[in-house]
Ligand binder design. Sequence first.
Ligand SMILES: Cc1ncc(COP(=O)(O)O)c(C=O)c1O
Length: 448
Amino acid sequence: MSQTKTLSETQEIIDLNQDYTLFSWSKQKGTNPIAVKYGEGVYLYDYDGKRYIDFSSGLMNVNIGHGNQRVTEAVVRQMQEVSYITPSCVTKVRGDLGKKLAEICPGDLNKAFFTLCGASSIENAVKLARLYTGRHKILTRYQSYHGASIGAISASGDPRRIPVDSQQAPNFVHFDLPYLYRWSYGEESLLKESIAQLERIIAYEGPNNIAAILLEGQSGSSGCFMYPNGYLKVVRKLCDKHGILLIIDEVMSGFGRTGKWFGFEHHDIIPDMIAMAKGLTSGYLPFGCLMVSDKIAVKYDDAALPLGLTYSAHPVCCAAALEMLKIYEDDNLIENAVAMGRYMDEQIESLRKKHPSIGDWRNQGLLGALELVKNRETKEPMAPFNAKPDEMVVMNKVAAKLKELGMYTFVRWSFIFIAPPLCVTKEQIDEGLKIISEAISIADSARS
Ligand SMILES: Cc1ncc(COP(=O)(O)O)c(C=O)c1O
């Protein structure tokens, strides 16, 4: 008891959490979390008053920044009226939110099915694509992540699925789409070869068996890989040719993150369904949405739609999302993401001159990743794909330094993700990049 009193409040809270709660994706012993008391804009504060700049917007979801009281007020207002109704009843916020989403989505993507998170948007997209087409296979990319529930992790090509490989849901087929930095023959060749490979896979699997191709609107946690110019347009054409649906996962790349409402809008295509979550409520409440085209929805005008969730269209989450969409517009956050993304690119260009361990920088709007290498000529990564703990020694030191210097961001293998809230300013970008510069000096010294 007396020993507990000597601990800082922060440490007491960390101990409590470690004793009684489980942590995602990590060994339970040796986690080193930040104990967050409150957040404001791009900053998080721990219980001892230490400030951290949040350079990955939580898990690339807190797009509007932390602590915006407009959302609190909208949520409280809704709770004062009604907190829960069954999804067969309706509220004004549900209707208003559906209408607003139909306005910001292109084409005939006019019908919203509200879910709980990214994974549940994906699960419902997969289910609906199979029901609608009467086909069973879903094609997805190896270097992708779509969520952790059984179906969504099976759809993901990401190695997070490997420990649960034996539990895989059937009928997901993965294909490769290499990225330009590690493709030696130029972008035109990458486009040509990737499309040829996809066409072969469609033929091998039988086009009439394929319900949908599922792709992220802009690659996220796999490493922010850019699609070769024109790729998504050809995928759209292949889908049309074979009666395959195109599902775009905008869970991470949606809601201004890439400088447009949705990542796919950089590619001049319109998908058949959009899976949304994260930025829809900026993480203020867990929520998601599957946006469905009229073409698909009309099939269920006279037939039951076999999808359902107790918390579908939760009124309080709808209220948070509706207010969120107003905040994106009122505060010009998408315009700011474009301007700050450009500024970020310029500043990273200067960092690249200073730090030989920077191999590549990939960014769209404010969804970016630095890739660190041991050697710029050989491009040997600072930590390999799906690195084991003993291969993460240098990158762990870089991550520890970032934290010590007052930054929270997402570090994975040889990637440092840079995706601050869309309200970030130039001064805050400078402040964050100064910390990153100091931390990656560690990687510079570890070059071979
Ligand atoms: C592209 C993408 N899709 C889906 C998901 C899953 O979202 P959730 O964790 O809310 O289930 C994520 C999560 O990071 C994601 O990045």
